[in-house]
Design a protein around this ligand. Structure first.
Ligand SMILES: Cc1cc2nc3c(=O)[nH]c(=O)nc-3n(C[C@H](O)[C@H](O)[C@H](O)COP(=O)(O)OP(=O)(O)OC[C@H]3O[C@@H](n4cnc5c(N)ncnc54)[C@H](O)[C@@H]3O)c2cc1C
Length: 463
């Protein structure tokens, strides 16, 4: 008997991971990717993005058994190193357990590794330079152009997984219909990638175990370590206005801007002007859909379904969580795609909306609130409450980053209650000595049910 074929558009992180999972379920999997194989062609200059990998992403990699492959290229980050305007730094750890760290990984490196595993997986074929140019709903077919010779052909959506990223042609083919009801909201801020090379003897020029942030109110610079001793920096800035990418239009304005706002970082960036003036300006936005599937034919997943801004470091982690959920549903419902797609949407859509909101909140926290001394005090109280009542109180950041089995929606809802409580008990305090921790503990017990009652079985419980 011939195997049933599943077609996937996009060999990014999400498309490749779901392809591996589907092939392991016994389907014949065909992946169509518009670009050349990134293992034989260098990444686009100025887009050497690195990503923070957290529990949800690690959980997914663990499920397909490639966690150990990836480990050597991960750089653990234990907290945020906040670089104040006056050059002083404050280290704020992310969590209190030894394993509560997030990992810096290059997007290209992770993609290459996933593609290598996909290549070694039976029943899975990667087709590069094949561009899905549109979807024909009545015929349930995708129109594909072979970029090597310009020829056109069609691929059946029986079913089709659309993992073709935020600008998804498949999703956009449905614009004007109610099928997905996708709405794209662009942020008025963009980003550019810069870099700090390794110092003498390959040494890191900043401490490598932290995500560095230079918060400046309306904008910020961040730096994530790479395994080779260098750092990838990302400048997030409004597109227009006084301090904006538009205003940084020549060497003099770039040098003056960095000297004023990032005087400690500027000397570490040798190609500052070149990179600022020549690297592409990245867009940031959120995509929210009312639906992710067209009956049993098409499913949007990953950024195609729910791109989010990068300030919680969760876009890829969410995309990987999609794959874990689908993998579980395929075990339960085999090839009953209508049921799988409907259940997937019912379980995950509210979670995607929740992390989209939290990611937007986090931009304000990273570029601004983190500078407030009360931020550190609230964090100290949150850690104290977590120690006293680990079954009731887990800081929101930790729920999102370290607890893969707490749905994003639950993290958001509990986070709101927790945030109000932290505000209340630190309102008139300057240090922890001023806080009535016993009263705060009693309030937590009163206002928050035990966390176990809301955990789901999405993932293995952390040991
Ligand atoms: C600056 C920045 C920082 C980020 N930091 C983090 C972070 O720290 N942590 C985190 O978890 N996430 C982060 N993200 C988000 C993360 O990069 C994305 O959520 C993730 O890459 C989504 O994976 P995907 O496979 O769904 O989409 P993509 O990675 O966009 O992959 C889509 C694939 O589809 C292909 N494709 C597109 N159109 C077609 C077509 N017409 N035909 C065929 N193929 C097509 C593309 O070439 C691509 O290979 C960040 C994003 C940005 C921009």
């Amino acid at each position: 008997m011939s195997r049933k074929t599943v077609n996937i558009i996009g060999a990014g992180q999400c498309g490749t991971l779901i392809a591996i999972m589907l092939a392991r379920h016994g389907f014949q999997v065909e992946v169509y990717e518009r670009f050349k194989d990134p293992r034989v062609q260098d990444a686009e200059a100025g887009r050497s993005i690195n990503l923070a990998l957290a529990a949800r992403g690690l959980n997914a990699l663990q499920q397909v058994g490639i966690e150990s492959l990836i480990e050597p290229v991960l750089v653990p980050m234990r907290g945020r190193m906040v670089h104040q305007q006056d050059g002083t730094t404050d280290f704020l750890r992310y969590g209190q357990q030894a394993d509560e760290v997030i990992y810096s990984v290059t997007r290209l490196g992770l993609n290459q590794m996933l593609l290598g595993v996909a290549d070694d997986t039976a029943n899975l074929r990667l087709n590069f330079e094949q561009n899905a140019i549109g979807y024909d709903a009545p015929d349930h077919t995708v129109h594909v152009r072979d970029e090597t010779d310009g020829s056109l052909y069609q691929v059946e959506a029986d079913p089709l997984f659309a993992a073709d990223g935020a600008g998804s042609n498949i999703r956009r083919s449905f614009d004007g219909s109610d099928t997905f009801g996708g709405v794209e909201t662009l942020l008025r801020h963009g980003y550019k990638e810069l870099s700090i090379p390794a110092g003498p003897d390959g040494r890191y020029q900043l401490s490598p175990d932290a995500l560095h942030i230079w918060p400046r109110g309306g904008f910020m610079l961040i730096a994530l370590p790479n395994p080779g001793g260098d750092f990838t920096l990302t400048l997030f800035l409004p597109n227009n206005g006084e301090n904006s990418f538009e205003a940084l239009c020549d060497e003099a304005s770039v040098i003056a801007f960095f000297a004023e706002h990032f005087p400690d970082a500027a000397p570490l960036i040798p190609n500052l002007c070149d990179d600022m003036l020549n690297h592409p300006l990245g867009e940031l936005g959120t995509i929210r859909c009312r639906h992710w599937h067209d009956r049993g034919n098409v499913l949007l997943l990953g950024d195609a379904a729910h791109a989010i801004v990068p300030f919680h470091g969760q876009g890829m982690n969410l995309a990987f969580e999609d794959c874990v959920l689908l993998d579980r549903m395929i075990s339960d419902y085999h090839d009953d795609w209508s049921t799988i797609f409907a259940r997937f949407e019912a379980e995950q859509l509210a979670n995607a909306n929740a992390i989209a909101d939290m990611a937007l909140d986090n931009y304000i926290e990273m570029r601004d609130t983190v500078r407030d001394p009360k931020f550190a005090l609230r964090k100290a109280l949150a850690f104290e409450l977590e120690q006293r009542l680990p079954d009731h109180f887990i800081p929101r950041y930790s729920m999102v980053m370290f607890h893969a089995n707490i749905p994003y929606l639950v993290a958001q809802q509990r986070g709101e209650v927790q945030s109000a409580l932290l505000e209340e008990f630190t309102a008139t305090a300057n240090t922890m000595d001023d806080v009535d921790v016993n009263a705060a503990e009693a309030a937590v017990k009163n206002r928050l049910p035990p966390i176990d009652s809301v955990r789901n079985d999405l993932s293995v419980r952390r040991s």
